[in-house]
Write a protein that binds this ligand. Sequence first.
Ligand SMILES: [Zn+2]
Length: 83
Amino acid sequence: MAGKPLKKIQCDSIARHSGLRCRAKGYLKKSGFYRCRFHGGMANGATTLEGKIKAYKNLLPFKNKTDEEIKKWILNKTKSSGV
Ligand SMILES: [Zn+2]
């Protein structure tokens, strides 16, 4: 489809330089806001356990920890937040 669609849900972000709302198409996020692909609309973060371990390894508090320790920490975290 060429051009801009007539009906689309706008991204809720506000540009710092102009103070206007972002005009790109938004996707509904868990937080309840619509965010476009530039403002974090498409990214869901790491989903698999291996990916999460890889991501946590880059953080300073987990730098010297083994995979098992990080795995245990992630599983404990998800358990407590789920309740
Ligand atoms: Zn946006």
